[in-house]
Structures are given as structure tokens and as C-alpha cells.
Write a protein that binds this ligand. Structure first.
Ligand SMILES: [Zn+2]
Length: 376
């Protein structure tokens, strides 16, 4: 039966960081390592080492030297009463783009298959962002140690399920976690990251959000309409916002219907145009057909680079529409095509989409308050 493991980084985590260590005489366990790993074993966790050894690919050391260092590490751990299930290392140069180098999952998944590891109940411990990202990628918990390069990694702000001084600080977390439901950390991590992105959005997006709401309020006041487009989840968002405009946002605020059209809903237009001309202008064509000066196009793209959204924005500008946008990451090329680009400061598509939902609810509410300060 699969069981949980501690998947440990080697240099800077399990043993002192020496910089491309090739001499077994240089191996020293980090403070408290033996005691922490004995504690883990008593709680039913197996122990394996998952390590990037690019010194091999860089021609600075041999596979035999890495194995000798691993053997010496194992000797010292055996003296401490600790049993290692396996040493797994990637010998490649970073430029090789192999699947095994952390944060790639190849090594850890090989370890998981060979040792029958229950990844959802396992813990990756390391001092670099590659270790934390590996833990996230395989569904395990990620723990950052402040030994090795840990303080630099902490300053970069990469998400960790826990940050500890060194392996000596691991026991309290294992004590808690072994009694918690498997997968709980995935829930915590997603919701905490989602909340963090929303707070960063508050800090970054208030001026552009107010400007965009002002542009749409002016369009609604003067008889214009709102056209909305996006792909995938953003297509669903387009429909969602169009519904708020045409129907209502809240049962506590009644008002007249507002003209908003999601360009993502007419399957006959989308398939006819896609089939006859291709996908890139499916929205641009509808902007051409429906857009009038005084209207507004809302373009939704988490990357800001989707070609069909860019073509729609270009067509809108050419026809005298204002363009506002809900974006993520750097904002991409859409940023420069927008009169009011609202850029969520995150590279995670999921978290950007979650922030977009909050933003367009807000956006609809802002337009209502701008047009009907005393209610209608
Ligand atoms: Zn590799």
C-alpha cells in the first residue's frame, strides 16, 4: 500500500550547502537532521532524497562522485538511526530541458512509482523555489527551509505550506499534518493564493477599474452598448457579465435593462465564420457587424495575447468604439489596444480568472452607482 514520504532536497537541506560537492569528506548533515528524520519515520513516513546534480552535466563532477557523496550521506544518517528509501538525482544541465530536473516532476514521479509513495500525504522539503514548485506540481505539501539558499528563496516570495529554520523545525508540522485529511493543503493553498491575488488586484487596479466603469457608464447614458468577448473560461465570463447588464446585478437595486451582448454565444456565427474563414476573426467579424461609434468593447484575456481577441480590439478601435479589457500577467499586446486595461498581477490563469469574476461584478455595480446615485 502506498505510504507518505518526506522527499528531501540534498544540498542546503539535508546536508550543508558546499556548492557542487564532489568530495564525500565534505558531507555534513544540517543541524537536527537526524532527529527530525527519526521523528518522521516514527510517524510512518518514508524518506527519499530528490536532488538536482547539474554539476555532472556541467562537467564539474562525475556520476560516481555524486554517488559517493550520497553513500556518505546515507552512512551518517544510518549512524543517526535513519533509513533512506532511495537517492534520486538528475544529472542534466539546465539547458538540456530534461523532465527530471526540479521543478520538473520526472524524478519525484519515478521515486513515487518505485517506492509506492502516497504523494497527496507526502512532503517536499527544500531550500529553493524549484523544491517548492515541485511539491505543488505533484500535489504534495511544500516546506521551505531557511538553510542553504532558503533565505533568498523566502525573499522571492514563492508559496510554501510552511517555512522553517531548518530540518530541526520540521517535527511540529509533521505532528499536525499526519492527522489532517489528505489534500487539505491543496484547498488551503488555492484559496490563500486566490485571496492574495485579489488583494494585489486591489492595490494595482483601482484607477483602471474606475476609468473602465466611467467609459461604460458614459456609453449607457448616451445610448451605446457593451460588446464582450473572450475564450474558454473568459467566454463564460462574457456571458455572465452580459446577463448582469441585461437582467440585473442585485435584487436590492432595480433599474432599466442595459444593452450588452456576449459575442461568444451564437454557435451558428462562430461555426460558420470559423469554418469558412478561420478562428482568428470570429469576434472581429461580429464587432464589424454590431459595433457603432459610442459603443464599448470589453475584451477578456488572461494572457492579453489571444489573436482573436486582439483582432476584435483592433476592429473596435477602427470603428470608433472604446476598448476596455480584463487581463492578467503583463497584459500582453491587448494592454496597448485598450483605453482602460485592467491587469490582474498574477501569472496563474486560474487565479486571474477568479479575480476577473470579482472585477466584473464590481464593474457592473460601479456603473450602476455612477448612473443612478440615488437609485432608479
Ligand atoms: Zn534531468
Amino acid at each position: 500500500m502506498a505510504r507518505p514520504f518526506l522527499l528531501l532536497d540534498r544540498d542546503g537541506t539535508l546536508i550543508e550547502e558546499r556548492g557542487y560537492l564532489s568530495d564525500p569528506a565534505g558531507v555534513a548533515l544540517t543541524p537536527g537532521a537526524g532527529e527530525a528524520l527519526r521523528f518522521a519515520m516514527e510517524r510512518g513516513l518514508g524518506i527519499a532524497v530528490v536532488s538536482n546534480q547539474s554539476g555532472i552535466g556541467r562537467g564539474m563532477m562525475t556520476v560516481a562522485q555524486v554517488e559517493a557523496v550520497n553513500r556518505r550521506t546515507e552512512e551518517l544518517l544510518i549512524q543517526e538511526g535513519v533509513e533512506i528509501g532511495g537517492f534520486f538525482f538528475c544529472p542534466h544541465h539546465p539547458d538540456d530541458r530534461c523532465a527530471c530536473r526540479k521543478p520538473g516532476t520526472g524524478l519525484a514521479l519515478r521515486a513515487a512509482r518505485e517506492l509506492e509513495i502516497d504523494l497527496l500525504r507526502s512532503v517536499v522539503v527544500g531550500d529553493k523555489s524549484a523544491d517548492l514548485e515541485l511539491g505543488h506540481a505533484i500535489g504534495a505539501r511544500s516546506v521551505l527551509v531557511r538553510t542553504g539558499y532558503g533565505r533568498e528563496t523566502e525573499a522571492e516570495g514563492c508559496y510554501a505550506d510552511a517555512v522553517i529554520e531548518g530540518l530541526s523545525g520540521l517535527a511540529p508540522f509533521l505532528e499536525t499534518w499526519t492527522s489532517r485529511p489528505a489534500g487539505e493543503h491543496l484547498v488551503n493553498r488555492h484559496l490563500e493564493e486566490s485571496a492574495r491575488v485579489k488583494l494585489a488586484t486591489r492595490d494595482a487596479c483601482v484607477p483602471s477599474l474606475l476609468e473602465a466603469a466611467g467609459i461604460v457608464a458614459e456609453a449607457m447614458r448616451s445610448g451605446g452598448k457593451l460588446l464582450i468577448c473572450g475564450n474558454g473560461g473568459s467566454a463564460a465570463d462574457s456571458q455572465h457579465l452580459a446577463a448582469e447588464f441585461v437582467v440585473r446585478l442585485s435584487s436590492t437595486f432595480e433599474r432599466r435593462a442595459w444593452p450588452a451582448i456576449a459575442l461568444t454565444t451564437d454557435t451558428s456565427i462562430l461555426t460558420a465564420f470559423g469554418n469558412d474563414y478561420g478562428f482568428e476573426r470570429v469576434f472581429a467579424r461580429q464587432v464589424e457587424a454590431l459595433g457603432q461609434p459610442g459603443d464599448v468593447l470589453l475584451a477578456i484575456s488572461t494572457s492579453g495575447g489571444s489573436p482573436n481577441i486582439l483582432r476584435a480590439a483592433e476592429t473596435a478601435r477602427a470603428k470608433g468604439l472604446k476598448v476596455i479589457s480584463l487581463l492578467g500577467g503583463t497584459g500582453g499586446a491587448l494592454r496597448d489596444l485598450s483605453d482602460a486595461p485592467i491587469v490582474v498581477p498574477s501569472r496563474s490563469t486560474q487565479h486571474v480568472q477568479e479575480a476577473h469574476l470579482a472585477l466584473y461584478h464590481l464593474f457592473c455595480g460601479l456603473v450602476e452607482r455612477m448612473l443612478y446615485p440615488f437609485g432608479e
